[in-house]
Design a protein around this ligand. Structure first.
Ligand code: COA
Length: 284
């Protein structure tokens, strides 16, 4: 049988793509996939085998750094080098875009797949979830406005390792109620965003100066005050030394771990100690 052909994913593929990711219970909504597509219109791909759609990948670029995610092949088409064809197309696109470092967050059992493609391990992330009832005052945190975005993006780049202006602008436009910033006369101290839908919320990015962990705590409590009781999900980088204590305080459970991996230049590390929640496994 001939191998898979790969083309750019379009809006017309989104309904089918959500159903595909539902097979792994990833919880992606249409809005989540449309956001990925809007951020990288030419960097999300569909693989077809004998004319039938069987897999997808999405990439998000931040200048010379990129994250690859939502890598999935339909169970019936696995083991036929479809995943490899999707990853090759995505990496070719990133090369053409001038990306120097490609990263991803791999489920631990899938690490060998990425190793065969040249990715190397960096550190583990911990995925937490749980029902949280706590709330608090807005305190020093307040809803962000478009005027805050350049300073937030500058602050964020120090910890993330690259500027994420487009992502942050998109998140503020979509989630103005749950995008909070803490700043004082010294500048931005931290910010938090939640993708909230009914009683559940995906938290992240959540970034704060790790030498002032009380700022991260204030941001979270201010967010919870806005959300009310909610089922939270968030992914914390292992090098953040505060997350285990916060998870205990909030009674969150560990769902699983992923390995952050990179390919290309070993650069754009940022300071993961200040990242309290990723923007998402697929976006970094
Ligand atoms: C991971 C996934 C995308 C791989 O797609 P696939 O089309 O089955 O993989 P391929 O056939 O292209 O595999 C390419 C190579 O990687 C190897 N490989 C694939 N999955 C592997 C795994 N889980 N563990 C070890 N090796 C693996 C294959 O054996 C093959 O090696 P070979 O060239 O020596 O034969 C697919 O299994 C999948 O959709 N899994 C569920 C979703 C998921 O977990 N995605 C990853 C999120 S991080």
């Amino acid at each position: 049988m001939a191998g898979a052909d790969v083309r750019v994913l379009t809006k017309r593929d989104v309904t089918w793509a959500v159903r595909l990711t539902d097979l792994e219970n990833w919880g992606y909504t249409r809005a989540d996939l449309e956001r990925l597509l809007a951020l990288e219109p030419l960097g999300c791909f569909v693989a077809r085998l004998a004319g039938k759609r069987v897999g997808i990948t999405c990439s998000t670029t931040y200048d010379k750094l990129a994250f690859i995610g939502a890598v999935i092949v339909h169970p019936d088409a696995r083991g036929k080098h479809v995943g490899e064809a999707l990853m090759t197309a995505t990496l070719d696109y990133l090369d053409r875009s001038g990306v120097e470092t490609a990263r991803l967050n791999a489920y631990l059992h899938v690490v060998p797949f990425y190793e065969t493609l040249g990715f190397r391990g960096e550190y583990e992330n911990v995925r937490y979830h749980g029902k949280v009832a706590a709330g608090g005052a807005l305190g020093s945190a307040r809803p962000a406005t478009p005027d805050d975005l350049p300073t937030i993006a500058h602050f964020d780049s120090f910890y993330f390792g690259a500027r994420r202006d487009r992502l942050l602008a998109r998140l503020l436009a979509e989630f103005p109620r749950t995008f909070l910033v803490a700043r004082d006369e010294g500048g931005v101290r931290g910010y938090i965003v939640a993708n909230a839908d009914g009683g559940s919320a995906e938290v992240g990015p959540w970034v704060a100066n790790p030498t002032m962990p009380e700022v991260a705590g204030d941001l979270l409590h201010a967010l919870l005050a806005r959300l009310g009781p909610a089922q939270l999900g968030l992914t914390c980088p292992g090098p953040n030394e505060h997350h285990a204590r916060m998870a205990v305080e909030l009674r969150l459970e560990t769902a699983f771990r992923t390995l952050r991996m990179y390919r290309g230049r070993d650069a754009y590390h940022g300071l993961p100690g200040g990242i309290f929640a990723l923007a998402g496994l697929e976006k970094g």
